[in-house]
Ligand binder design. Structure first.
Ligand code: PGA
Length: 252
């Protein structure tokens, strides 16, 4: 049985007060109830330690939104997996479309980040997904398969899909208010799972594949009812405690 995972990706939002208040409110909503999924928040890097303190005594876990491939040394401005592990981070988002597009991260860099995260025993949340143009040209499946295969090709082992989360995030759905329909998302999640099964059947059955892209408190429940959707990577809607809590509560 896979345990679904809901991750709040705060992106470049917040300040010290907001971090304290949002976590306090999320805890008020979720700490007293039995939650059937894993709940994770990904505040901006600079607030992760503050968030770690604010989460003491809660089951909510921490993710980072990015990481460097290097472990130590003269890499100005970077943060290593070790540093994140040191302050209690468990998951690291990699390959997000905003980083692929705005920060020109390519498949090789993403694969290196993937292995750096796994080597330190943390869990990569690997984001994949097609653009609007790719969808319209009918290449959604090819794009998703290519993004998975490029990791495999670079790392060269089928074990890589254990202790990993895949986030299928169609780029056209991110921040647009236009989510994929449950059926659209389910079809692609199933394709992703079948694709991984070609390499490793056990890993394919166990791997968590979450959906991301304009998930909100209204569309979440139906998305989560799909057999191959194991939770969500939530952007905008994770910045409001009540909305985020409703999404978590709709994950059965
Ligand atoms: P969104 O973002 O929920 O605001 O569409 C999702 C994401 O980018 O992870």
């Amino acid at each position: 049985m896979r345990k679904s995972i809901i991750i709040g990706n705060w992106k470049l939002n917040g300040n010290q007060n907001m971090v304290n208040e949002l976590i306090l409110k999320i805890r008020q909503e979720l700490d007293q109830i039995i939650v059937s999924c894993t709940v994770v928040i990904a505040p901006p890097m600079v607030y992760l330690e503050r968030a770690a303190h604010a989460l003491v005594g809660s089951n909510i876990l921490l993710a980072a939104q990015n990481v460097d491939i290097n472990t130590i040394g003269a890499f100005t401005g970077e943060t290593s997996v070790q540093m994140l592990k040191d302050i209690g981070v468990k998951y690291i988002i990699i390959g997000h479309s905003e980083r692929r597009t705005l920060h020109k991260e390519n498949d090789i860099l993403i694969a290196k980040k993937f292995i750096a995260v796994k080597e330190m025993g943390l869990i990569p949340i690997l984001c994949i997904g097609e653009t609007e143009a790719q969808r319209k040209s009918g290449s959604t499946y090819i794009v998703c398969a290519h993004q998975l295969d490029s990791i495999l090709k670079i790392l060269g082992t089928s074990d890589i899909f254990t202790d990993v989360v895949i986030a299928y995030e169609p780029v056209w759905a991110i921040g647009t208010g236009k989510s994929a329909t449950p059926k659209q998302a389910q079809d692609i999640h199933k394709f992703i799972r079948n694709h991984i099964a070609q390499y490793n059947i056990k890993a394919a059955q166990e791997i968590l594949i979450q959906y991301g892209g304009s998930v909100n408190s209204i569309n979440a429940a139906e998305l989560f009812m799909q057999p191959d959707i194991d939770g969500a990577l939530v952007g905008n809607a994770s910045l409001k405690a009540d909305t985020f809590a409703l999404i978590v509560k709709s994950c059965k």
